[in-house]
Design a protein around this ligand. Structure first.
Ligand code: UDP
Ligand code: MG
Length: 322
């Protein structure tokens, strides 16, 4: 039997926005057409909405969202008290939207992910899947640098033992049930792409070509991307610690061999000028120790912030409740 067979669900499309004044008008135009079409075809109910989440933007993003909300019935907004980053803004939106919706779709404000896949996502959802992941089939329109770094990121993540869907960013459709379970994940270092596969349930995938950003600049410069990857790995995997352990074992074996070698040399009566060798060893070992301490420190830092269990976002206004 089909699990989610009751069409006409209330769908909320959650969109985190950070300094997106250049794209919001166009995004609204496109999404309005899309939602109207989905409502007309009976896939979603007329109560469905797009929920913009203003992530502490410094430009006119929130004013624009308020204006859109006044003019358009299908649009609403949420304003965070300050910038908390893409993942937290998305979480704030999803946790709020699930109060009103049967299922939620998340997508970026620049519509680089093809909104025309929403039909197929909904079909797959109604066929009994609780999560439908949008996956980028090619990145021809990305810059060479973005493509190489982003694809390298997914490969590295899975090498590090983090269960992620290859080339899936945060374009996905999820049922209310999944979001209720997401609420149970209390971690502060949030990496949603790693949490959804952990939640489980049946899922499906839709493939699409990623477009270029039609206006504005990427809010994910290299520095943020690296921080994001690092967060993903250290929040989900203990492989780096195992790597350090393996290094330690390897160096221990080498040091025994060196010990045997130096004994043999001594017994044979050769005088060895060992100064360079000793200095090199000291530096290598000291370097590795420092590295290990650094990685362990990273985990301790994470434990520290998790035990504080601070709220991950504070909503200052919710237009749906005003
Ligand atoms: N974003 C956000 N808070 C931030 C940074 C980004 O809410 O601190 C949002 C941004 O507005 C966009 C999405 O996250 O909707 C993805 O950002 P972007 O499109 O710039 O990333 P890219 O596609 O270049 O990886
Ligand atoms: Mg983008």
């Amino acid at each position: 039997m089909k699990k989610n067979s009751k069409h006409n669900d209330v769908l909320y499309v959650v969109i985190p926005c950070y300094n997106e004044e250049e794209v919001l008008e166009e995004t609204t135009k496109q999404l309005k057409l899309k939602l109207e079409q989905l409502i007309k075809s009976g896939l979603i109910s007329s109560e469905s909405k797009v929920m913009y989440v203003n992530d502490g933007s410094k430009d006119k993003t929130w004013e624009i969202i308020e204006n859109i909300h006044v003019k358009e019935k299908l649009f609403t907004g949420l304003c965070l008290s300050r910038n908390r980053g893409h993942q937290n803004a998305l979480l704030a939106g999803l946790m709020t939207a699930k109060k009103y919706a049967d299922d939620d779709n998340s997508i970026d404000a620049d519509l680089q992910d093809d909104i025309n896949e929403m039909d197929e996502m909904l079909e797959k959802y109604f066929n009994g899947n609780d999560i439908v992941y949008g996956v980028r089939s090619s990145r021809k329109k990305d810059t060479w640098f973005k493509r190489v770094t982003a694809e390298g990121f997914y490969k590295f993540m899975s090498k590090m033992g983090v269960d992620v869907i290859y080339n899936h960013a945060d374009y996905r459709l999820t049922s209310k049930k999944v979001l209720n379970f997401l609420e149970e994940y209390k971690e502060v270092n949030l990496f949603l792409r790693g949490i959804f596969p952990l939640i489980g349930f049946s899922y499906d995938i839709v493939y699409y070509e990623r477009n270029e950003r039609f206006a504005g600049e990427s809010k994910y410069p290299l520095k943020k991307m690296l921080a994001f990857a690092w967060d993903g790995i250290t929040s989900f995997s203990v492989k780096p610690i195992k790597l350090v352990l393996n290094c330690g074992v390897f160096i221990f074996i080498i040091s025994i061999l060196v010990l045997i070698y130096s004994f043999i040399v001594k017994l044979m009566g050769y005088t060895v000028d060992g100064w360079t060798f000793i200095i090199c060893s000291i530096w290598i070992v000291a370097g590795l120790e420092m590295l290990s301490l650094g990685i362990i420190g990273e985990y301790i830092g994470k434990i520290y912030s998790e035990t504080k269990a601070r709220p991950r976002f504070i909503i200052s206004r919710n237009l749906n409740e005003e």
